[in-house]
Design a binder for this molecule. Structure first.
Ligand SMILES: Nc1ncnc2c1ncn2[C@@H]1O[C@H](COP(=O)(O)OP(=O)(O)OP(=O)(O)O)[C@@H](O)[C@H]1O
Length: 525
């Protein structure tokens, strides 16, 4: 562990010292840009105690005291506990804040690992727990940080999105929790902040790991940036400007991809983040570069980070195949969920693995009494829809809703079967469709086995255990004789009317939306 220095010894207060106009201008013009969004929100400032974030805190104090800033942010310092002096830094930030009369909270982070990335992750995690919905977190990232970020991503082979670097205003969501990262100093050079910090004689902490050259970022800062600056002294401003220009380009590309997605997605087969489906024939209408961009956008739509280019290429190849191989399954571990990407006929599916597990849960066989005395006994209003749960877990519920009173006319048809009179018990029954069960859809001329129906109706393999038959069963009280009238075949996304010789055409279920299949996400899936 290396030791650090607190430079130089504090001279307070800072209120009377001159304000740096360039730094103030950057903060105030960013405030003007986002003023509307900032209105009424609580603002925090992430303060490591280092030169940049302490300078930003000092500037806020100065501007606030001169009534040029309408808020004083609360400082948040995270003690990672990674350095010998971590506790001293935390104490130093707390004491500085106390002298400036600026509120300050010290948080302890649990870092899993020793690299900078692990520390950053732990830092954001613990700060997030402190922030309420829609709170804003001010960060002191500057143009040098931006240039290093862009170069680092370039070296890693990032796409357009990565090369836009850090954004001055970024909404970050985790589940339903939403916060904003605000970086007003992305156009300010580190050197300007240093000059200001010296002028104020700010007692900032000099973290020895920042310039050690032992991670990619500090290596770039120490070894590469000075070399680039020899070729072009404006290198930092120039890279930061390129990132800004790419940001605009990125917005245009995303807007195009979003529009392409709307036109190629099959809305009736979508289920929030669980199942996303594209129509391959529609995708193929687009020029190649838009197809690739669309797939990139489509894959990542519920995720904070995009997929690797390799996966986009593999998915694109899958969409181009001419054979009938429906077995290929591509896997993607996103940040939030893991997914399987599959093709079935002319459809491309991105299925969350939680959703695939849900589709393997057994379906329950259910019955609902439709006999009038029972409805009356349960005191149910005549047109009240009643749900029958087919399959449910904490993520998704699949149910059939029915309005018994609207089904009653169908019973008259069944009653025509004179031999079975008197029929006293009537139930609506749901049964999983087995491969060997033979049924006839309204459009078919003869009954087919379940196995054959998968082909006829185009049911992908992962949905085949999720077909349910809905029938009305009319029986004697002792169940000695009964007659079953198949009405519908359901999948979680589609409904097919079943044909029946018993049913007269005018009372066919086709004309009556009295049974509806519903998929209800119980939480964000
Ligand atoms: N320990 C921490 N506690 C709170 N905020 C932090 C901490 N470390 C970093 N930050 C925030 O993240 C920003 C970027 O982090 P980075 O690692 O570049 O900062 P630094 O160089 O260690 O510190 P500074 O930017 O304050 O000089 C900082 O400007 C600061 O706003």
């Amino acid at each position: 562990m290396s030791s650090s220095a607190i430079l130089p010894y504090p001279i307070d207060p800072i209120a009377q010292l001159p304000i740096d106009s360039q730094l103030a201008q950057a903060l105030l013009s960013s405030l003007a840009d986002y003023g509307e969004q900032l209105h009424g929100r609580r603002i925090w400032l992430a303060c490591s105690g280092g030169r940049d974030s302490l300078a930003l805190a000092a500037l806020c104090v100065q501007l606030y005291q001169q009534s040029r800033l309408p808020f004083l942010p609360q400082l948040l310092h995270v003690n990672h506990g990674l350095q010998a002096d971590s506790d001293i830094w935390a104490q130093h930030v707390a004491e500085w804040a106390k002298r400036q009369k600026i509120p300050c909270t010290i948080l302890q982070a649990q870092v899993n690992g020793h690299d900078e990335q692990a520390a950053r992750q732990a830092r954001y995690d613990v700060m997030r727990t402190q922030l309420n919905q829609d709170d804003v977190l001010l960060l002191a990232h500057h143009a040098d940080d931006q240039a290093e970020t862009v170069l680092m991503r370039l070296v890693q082979g990032a796409g357009l999105n990565g090369l836009t670097g850090m954004q001055p205003w970024r909404v970050q969501t985790q589940g339903v929790h939403r916060i904003v990262l605000w970086r007003p100093w992305l156009t300010i050079q580190r050197a300007s902040i240093s000059t200001y910090a010296q002028r104020l004689k700010l007692s900032y902490i000099d973290d020895p790991t920042n310039d050690g050259g032992d991670n990619v970022r500090s290596g770039l800062r120490r070894d590469i940036m000075p070399v680039l600056a020899k070729y072009n002294p404006n290198v930092i401003d120039n890279i930061a400007r390129s990132a800004q220009l790419l940001s605009d380009a990125q917005l245009i590309v995303s807007a195009q991809a979003s529009q392409d997605m709307q036109q190629t997605a099959i809305a009736s087969l979508q289920l929030s983040s669980a199942q996303r489906v594209l129509d391959i024939n529609e995708v193929k209408q687009l020029p190649l570069y838009r197809q690739r961009q669309l797939l990139h956008y489509w894959l990542a739509q519920d995720e904070p980070l995009p997929p690797a280019k390799q996966l986009v290429d593999d998915v694109w190849r899958l969409s181009q195949r001419h054979d009938h191989d429906h077995q290929t399954a591509l896997f993607w571990q996103g940040r939030k969920q893991s997914y399987t990407i599959r093709r079935y006929r002319e459809q491309l599916y991105r299925l969350s693995n939680d959703w695939l597990a849900w589709l393997k849960l057994p379906l329950s066989e259910q019955t609902l009494s439709l006999s009038e005395p029972l409805l009356l006994a349960n005191n149910l209003p005549e047109h009240q829809p009643i749900p029958i749960i087919l399959r449910s877990d904490q993520n998704v519920t699949w149910q059939v809703q029915t309005i018994p009173s609207e089904l009653l006319p169908l019973l008259d048809d069944i009653a025509l079967e004179a031999t079975l009179k008197p029929m006293l018990k009537t139930t609506l029954k749901t049964t999983p469709l087995h491969r060997s069960t033979r049924i006839q859809t309204a459009l078919a001329t003869r009954p087919q086995s379940g196995k054959k129906l998968y082909q006829t109706l185009g049911i992908p393999s992962w949905l085949r255990e999720s077909l349910v038959m809905v029938s009305i069963v009319n029986s004697n009280l002792d169940n000695a004789s009964s007659i079953e009238l198949p009405l519908l075949l359901l999948s979680p996304f589609e409904t097919w009317v079943l044909g029946s010789e018993t049913l007269s055409t005018d009372s066919s279920i086709e004309n009556k939306p009295s049974i509806a299949s519903q998929l209800i996400p119980n939480k964000a899936v």
